[in-house]
Ligand binder design. Structure first.
Ligand code: CA
Length: 390
């Protein structure tokens, strides 16, 4: 998923604490306000990306060690058609490729979903070439000490890790792959879906009970996958930003699934979350993965009506810490009524990413969303998600 300027989370914190205390008996089933009553899933977003570079076997292993139920590889295709785990086709920010003189000539400009990007792209490298690169931590505020150590894993290596770690720990470790930019990959002649299906088939992952959930921001590829497999599918729901008043900013190109843009379909991401939209999503998917402010928005405050947001924590800048949580929307309720589970993204624990309500405590944000009934959370710090749940 994209990195947004804002990210949110909290209102009835006291109520949340009471509710979860009532659930403290340790029963996994029936006690949570989820679709099934089961515990919400902890999904290690890009591994344990709060601690280690995104999409590395070391990061996924760390997520498992921290208690993640699922690990989440984003999938892109190499020049020779191998699915590997990277957040984006453009690997400039997540690898050391820019320092590799042997690949200097591979730098190029490409259109990804209508947006021009410059850098190094996975589709210009064979798997063997990609394996000579090393991952780096893309966020400056996070630990840079692991840069240059870890390889880019293939999707099969991620499935193997989940299988062997699951056997070793005697618990199910699910894998939650995202098909990244399906239309873009199809345009390169490197369509992701059949490659994904072939690998899942090799592992026998073809049914709803398989430890796999496939996610995408586009719609047509999910419909295609539904015609070929019964593994669980999730419709991701994005937006451009959140406005000062807490409403969603649906500015193009982040206003709608890219295949809708290509097809001239007027529906937006928000259209997918109306009761009618959710019913349609249920025809091809098992759940939704909305950006979390669709579930509980937050707003900036302007108490003195001077047209400028108030700096609530007085640090001289305006960010998440100056936002106040608003009441929850009906999205979780309506999704559950449609039979869809809800896995919002992305929960990030740094204090600057938490709304004022949470007072710097990431667990308070998780508790608010668990109380609302979400069925899982994409978390950069899976240990915090687990601690708040358990
Ligand atoms: Ca501030």
């Amino acid at each position: 998923m994209r990195i947004h300027n804002v990210s949110k989370g909290a209102v009835a914190l006291a109520a949340a604490a009471v509710l979860l205390a009532a659930c403290g008996g340790g029963d996994d089933k029936g006690d949570y306000p989820t679709l099934t009553g089961d515990k919400p899933l902890v999904i290690g977003h890009r591994g344990a990306s709060g601690y280690l570079p995104d999409h590395t076997l070391e990061g996924y292993r760390k997520a498992i060690e921290l208690g993640a139920d699922f690990i989440e590889p984003d999938l892109v295709a190499t020049k020779d058609g191998v699915l590997v785990a990277r957040h984006e086709p453009n690997i400039t920010a997540t690898t050391d490729v820019a320092q590799r003189s042997e690949f200097a000539a591979r730098k190029s400009k490409k259109l990804v979903d209508g947006v021009s990007e410059e850098g190094w792209f996975v589709s210009d490298f064979t798997l063997a070439e990609l394996k000579t690169l090393r991952a780096v931590q893309p966020l400056a505020e996070r630990d840079q000490s692991h840069n240059g150590k870890y390889l880019i894993p293939t999707f099969e290596e991620v499935l193997e890790l989940a299988k062997t770690e699951g056997a070793r720990l005697n618990r199910s470790i699910g894998v939650y792959p995202e098909t990244k930019h399906p239309s873009y990959h199809a345009g390169l002649g490197l369509a992701l879906e059949d490659r994904l299906l072939a690998i899942l088939g090799k592992y026998g992952y073809t049914s709803k009970s398989a430890p796999v959930i496939v996610q995408s921001f586009e719609v047509a590829n999910l419909k295609y996958l539904r015609s070929k497999t019964q593994v669980r599918l999730v419709q991701l729901v994005d937006a451009n930003d959140v406005n000062a008043d807490g409403s969603m900013d649906l500015t193009a190109p982040y206003d709608k699934p890219y295949d809708f843009a290509v097809a001239g379909d007027a529906r937006t991401f928000a259209s997918l979350l109306t009761p009618a939209g959710l019913k349609d999503v249920k025809s091809y998917a098992d759940g939704i993965g909305p950006w979390k402010p669709y579930l509980i928005p937050s707003k900036l405050v302007d108490a003195n009506k001077d047209g400028k947001p108030d700096d609530l924590n007085g640090d001289g800048k305006i960010d998440e810490r100056d936002r106040v949580m608003l009441p929850a929307t009906d999205v979780v309720k309506n999704a559950h009524a449609a039979g869809l589970f809800v896995h919002p993204y992305t929960f990030r624990s740094e204090a600057r990413r938490l709304a004022s309500d949470f007072k710097g405590d990431p667990k308070a944000e998780f508790r608010l969303f668990y109380q609302l009934g979400v069925d899982g959370v994409f978390a950069d710090f899976p240990d915090h998600a687990k601690a708040a749940r358990d």
